[in-house]
Design a protein around this ligand. Structure first.
Ligand code: G4P
Length: 531
C-alpha cells in the first residue's frame, strides 16, 4: 500500500464527555462493532468516583492496560481507527486538553437528560480554539430527557457552534421508538436491550412511505412535523463546514442499548477528517510530507513499581516512523534510536516496525522526553499548540525526610515532566511551589513520590490566585518589575519568569500598571519567543 493510501486510511479521534454521559459505554460498543473486543465489560471506566488518590491509583492498576488504553487502535470498514483515551475526572482536564492536540476530530457525548454540562463546555472550548471537527452524540434516549429541539438550542448556545441533526429521535424514554436518519432517509427501530441488526433498519422512500405509518402509527405524524421543521430551518448538510469546525452534526441514540451506535460509527468513518497538517514554530507540516515528524502529547509512568520506565506517547504528523532508525530530538539536539516502539490494538500492546501519520506510538523513555517535545529526521522545528495552562491551585512542597531530598527532587522533576503538575521555584527563599489545575493531583503526587521514589512530603496551602509567565521587550523594565514584586516572582522548570498573583484584583492592577510587561496565561509564548 502506498504512503498516501496509508494516510487516507487513518482516522484519529477522541471521545469526550462530562463524566457519566456514556463515553466508556460508547467506546466499548465501537470496539465490539470492530471486533477488537468480543465481550462487553472489557473496557474499564477511568472515572474516579470517590476522588481520592488511592482510588486513582487503584483504577490505574485495575485498568492494568492503562498504558494501552491511552490509545485504542482498531480496524473498521477497511480503515485504521485510532481512538485516544481521555481521563474522566475533571482534575485531569489538562491531560485531556493535551490529548486533544493529538487528534484530528472528536465525538462529544451528551446525556439527553442532563443536557450540556460544565465539563462539556470546557472541553468544547478547547476544540473551538483549534477548530477541531466535532460530531455530537446525544445519549440515553431510553430515558425521559429534554425535548430534542430544546437540546439543539442548548447545544448551539452553550457550545457556541452551529449544529445540525443528521438523525432525529421518535419519542424517548419508555415510548422511545427509534430514530429517523435524515442523512440517508432510513428508519431505525428501537428494541430495548437488543442490537440494531439489519432487520431493525428500514430503508424507506422518504417520509411519505406508508411503511412509516405502519411501523409508527401516531408517532409518524409527529415525526413528519418535526422533520418538516428541521429541513425548513437547516440547509442540506455541508460536510466542509463540519471539517472546518464550524458545524457539528448531531446523532441521537442509546449507547447501552447499542442503538444509533453503528450509524454514528459509519457516518463518522465517512465524514471524519484524515490526518491533517499541523503548525510548528517554523512552518506548517503537511501529513503527506515524506520526512518523519511527530510530537509527545502524553507521558505515562509505568505504575508497576518493578519497572520504573515511562512511556512517551508520540503522535506521528508526517512521514514514516521506523523502528531502529535514528531520529532527531529537537529540544535536546541529539539523535535517538528506538528499539521497541509499541503500538496498540484493543488492549494488546505490540512492537511496531513502522507507523504513519495519525498513528500514536509509545516510546520507552528513560527521562529524555517532556510534553511537547518534537522528533524529526533532522529539521529543527517544534510543534505548537500543546500549551501548559497556568495552574489554579498552588501549594508549597515541604520535605518531611531530609535524608531523602535527592529522591524528592528527582521525583518532583520527573512527575512534573509528565505534566501531572507544574513546579515553580520562588526566587526569594528558594521555596518549591507546585501548581495544578485540580486538587486531586496533590494526593496523586504525594502518593507517587512516596511509593515510586521513597520520598515523603507535605503540601502547604499558599495564597496564590494565579501564576502567569511574564516577558518584556526591554530587560530593564523586567528587572524593575522583578525588584518591585520580588516576593512574588518565581521561575518555572525552564527558567522562565513567573508572576504569582495573590488575587484577581492584584493581577488586574499589575497588568494595568505595567504596560511594558506582557502577562501570558499559557506556555505557548515560549515557542513564539524561540522563532
Ligand atoms: P462515562 O465514561 O462518560 O463516565 O460514562 P459511562 O459509559 O461509564 O456511563 C455512565 C452510566 O450511564 C453507566 O451506568 C452506564 O451504564 C449508563 N449509560 C450509558 N449509556 C446509557 C444509555 O444509553 N442509557 C442509559 N439509560 N444508561 C446509559 P452506571 O450505573 O454508572 O454504571 P454501570 O454500573 O452500568 O457500569
Amino acid at each position: 500500500m502506498d504512503y498516501t493510501d496509508e494516510i487516507r486510511k487513518r482516522r484519529t479521534f477522541a471521545i469526550i464527555s462530562h463524566p457519566d454521559a456514556g463515553k466508556t459505554t460508547l467506546t466499548e460498543k465501537f470496539l465490539l462493532f470492530s471486533g477488537a473486543i468480543q465481550v462487553a465489560g472489557a473496557v474499564k471506566s477511568n472515572k474516579i468516583r470517590k476522588s481520592t488518590a488511592s482510588d486513582f491509583m487503584d483504577i490505574e492498576r485495575q485498568r492494568g492496560i492503562s498504558v494501552a488504553t491511552s490509545v485504542l487502535g482498531f480496524d473498521y470498514n477497511g480503515l485504521k481507527i485510532n481512538l485516544l483515551d481521555t481521563p474522566g475526572h475533571k482534575d485531569f482536564a489538562e491531560d485531556t486538553y493535551r490529548t486533544l492536540t493529538a487528534v484530528d476530530s472528536v465525538i462529544l457525548v451528551v446525556d439527553c437528560v442532563k443536557g450540556v454540562e460544565e465539563q462539556t463546555e470546557r472541553l468544547m472550548e478547547v476544540c473551538r480554539m483549534r477548530n477541531t471537527p466535532v460530531i455530537i452524540f446525544v445519549n440515553k434516549l431510553d430515558r425521559e430527557g429534554k425535548n430534542p429541539f430544546e437540546l439543539l438550542d442548548e447545544l448551539e448556545t452553550k457550545l457556541n457552534i452551529k449544529v445540525q441533526p443528521l438523525s432525529w429521535p421518535i419519542s424517548m424514554g419508555t415510548s422511545f421508538k427509534g430514530v429517523y436518519n435524515l442523512y440517508n432517509s432510513s428508519l431505525y427501530l428501537f428494541r430495548p436491550g437488543g442490537v440494531t441488526v439489519a432487520d431493525d433498519v428500514l430503508a424507506i422512500k422518504g417520509l411519505d412511505d406508508p411503511v412509516l405509518d405502519q411501523q409508527l402509527g401516531d408517532y409518524a405524524v409527529k415525526l413528519k412535523e418535526d422533520v418538516e421543521l428541521i429541513t425548513g430551518t437547516h440547509d442540506p448538510f455541508d460536510a466542509n463546514a463540519y471539517l472546518r469546525g464550524e458545524l457539528a452534526p448531531v446523532f441521537f441514540g442509546s449507547a447501552i442499548n447499542n442503538f444509533g451506535v453503528k450509524e454514528l460509527l459509519d457516518t463518522f468513518t465517512e465524514i471524519a477528517p484524515t490526518p491533517g497538517s499541523r503548525p510548528t514554530d517554523q512552518r506548517t507540516v503537511s501529513s503527506d510530507e515524506k520526512n518523519f515528524t511527530g510530537f509527545v502529547f502524553k507521558i505515562h509512568a509505568n505504575l508497576d513499581p518493578r519497572h520504573r520506565d515511562r512511556i512517551a506517547f508520540i503522535r506521528v504528523c508526517s512521514g514514516k516512523f521506523e523502528r531502529n532508525k535514528m531520529f532527531h530530538h529537537v529540544r535536546m539536539g541529539k539523535n535517538i534510536r528506538f528499539t521497541s516502539p509499541a503500538s496498540f490494538l484493543g488492549a494488546r500492546k505490540s512492537i511496531v516496525d513502522e507507523a504513519f501519520p495519525g498513528d500514536v506510538i509509545g516510546l520507552y523513555d528513560t527521562g529524555n522526553f517532556k510534553i511537547g517535545d518534537t522528533l524529526t529526521e533532522g529539521e529543527k522545528l517544534m510543534f505548537q499548540g500543546i500549551p501548559t495552562f497556568s495552574p489554579e491551585v498552588f501549594k508549597e512542597l515541604v520535605n518531611l525526610d531530609p535524608s531523602k531530598s535527592k529522591q524528592l527532587t528527582k521525583g518532583i522533576e520527573q512527575l512534573t515532566d509528565e505534566g501531572v503538575a507544574q513546579l515553580f521555584t520562588q526566587q526569594q527563599g528558594n521555596r518549591k511551589i507546585v501548581g495544578t489545575v485540580g486538587v486531586l493531583q496533590f494526593d496523586v503526587l504525594q502518593y507517587r513520590l512516596e511509593h515510586e521514589y521513597g520520598a515523603r512530603c507535605r503540601f502547604e496551602t499558599m495564597a496564590i490566585h494565579k501564576a502567569c509567565w511574564v516577558t518584556a521587550d526591554d530587560e530593564r523594565s523586567m528587572e524593575k518589575f522583578c525588584r518591585f514584586k520580588a516576593d512574588r516572582i518565581a521561575t518555572d522548570k525552564d527558567g522562565n519568569l513567573v508572576f504569582l498573583a495573590e488575587s484577581a484584583w492584584v493581577l488586574k492592577t499589575m497588568i494595568e500598571a505595567n504596560p511594558e510587561i506582557t502577562f501570558h496565561f499559557t506556555s505557548e509564548f515560549k515557542r513564539e519567543m524561540q522563532v
